[in-house]
Design a protein around this ligand. Structure first.
Ligand code: AMP
Ligand code: MN
Ligand code: MN
Ligand code: MN
Length: 278
């Protein structure tokens, strides 16, 4: 039987709700053999996760998910197999994290304009890592106040372009994210391409630039794709000769469609990102 690889997940060190050990325990219970923790813009959970994985007999892949901006659109670049002590990577991540508090203040100000008070404190109350204040924490606050029934519907009515609470933001460039990941010995992978509001031609251009910058992989089977998108991005993997990745993007029990480790296999003809991992 093929190993169950889940190469995209979050903990309390970004916008997940489980501590690394609880995440690994859940992964184990769900039959995961190889897990990557890929918190947004931060590596603080990796040591704890590696220790828990060792105790549980799961193979652990240190990872990160870097927020980048391309043509005004936020693009996430996952790094797999990073050295989380690499100075170049750590400096880059610190730079990206540094602008989150300022953005959070702007988001709160925007929400206040439509009469939603106290969202800054409210969001921080959900952020166990205050350096990693994210829209997800605002979303959980908005759900708690009854502005939406769940986190998914928050992102249909708030915090996204054209809706209240949206703030345009410049993260790093794709080339910077790729270079920091490569400097630390990791493999750069485009996260959940189906989520980006890009035309076909823009997607082509973005993937070409990612590849040109040294990117090597693309997520094909991810909890952030609807099943009918798997083949679309399998085609992109073939077109750009990118390695294919598979990951749930798990954040919290019950918050998304897919639980950790509960994904279909990659299409057989694709070369998986793990094909030459010893
Ligand atoms: P940020 O990095 O602060 O902009 O927050 C981005 C995070 O918001 C993502 O990593 C997801 O966890 C969450 N998110 C964005 N869009 C959605 C969506 N449509 N449904 C659920 N969560 C979303
Ligand atoms: Mn997230
Ligand atoms: Mn993402
Ligand atoms: Mn993610």
């Amino acid at each position: 039987m093929a190993l169950n690889h889940d190469l995209h997940s979050h903990s309390i060190y970004s916008d997940g709700v489980l501590a690394p050990r609880a995440l690994l325990e859940r992964a184990k219970a769900n039959g995961v053999h190889v897990l990557a923790l890929t918190d947004h813009d931060d590596v603080s959970g990796l040591r704890e996760a590696a220790e828990a994985a060792q105790d549980l007999g799961i193979r652990f892949v240190p990872g990160v998910e870097i927020s980048a901006t391309w043509g005004g659109v936020t693009i996430h670049v996952v790094g797999l197999g990073i050295d989380f002590e690499n100075e170049t990577l750590l400096a880059g991540l610190a730079h990206v994290r540094g602008s989150r508090e300022r953005r959070a203040r702007k988001i709160a100000a925007e929400l206040e304009r439509i009469g939603i008070e106290g969202s800054l404190e409210g969001a921080y109350a959900y952020a166990e890592n205050p350096q990693l204040i994210s829209r997800t924490h605002f979303a959980r606050f908005l759900v708690s106040r009854g502005y939406a029934s769940d986190v998914k519907s928050v992102f249909q009515h708030y915090l996204v372009p054209g809706k209240p609470g949206y703030v345009a933001h410049e993260w790093c460039t794709i080339a910077e994210a790729v270079s920091w990941i490569r400097a630390s010995g990791g493999q750069p992978v485009i996260a959940h391409p189906g989520r980006y509001k890009l035309s076909r031609d823009e997607m082509t251009q973005m993937l070409a630039e990612f590849k040109e910058a040294g990117g090597v992989g693309i997520e094909v089977v991810t909890g952030s794709h609807a099943p009918e998108q798997y083949e679309e991005y399998a085609q992109r993997a073939r077109e750009f000769e990118l390695l294919a990745s598979r990951g749930s993007d798990f954040h919290a029990p019950g918050e998304a469609r897919v639980d950790v480790g509960r994904l279909p296999e990659l299409p057989r003809d694709l070369r998986p990102v793990w094909h030459d991992w010893d």
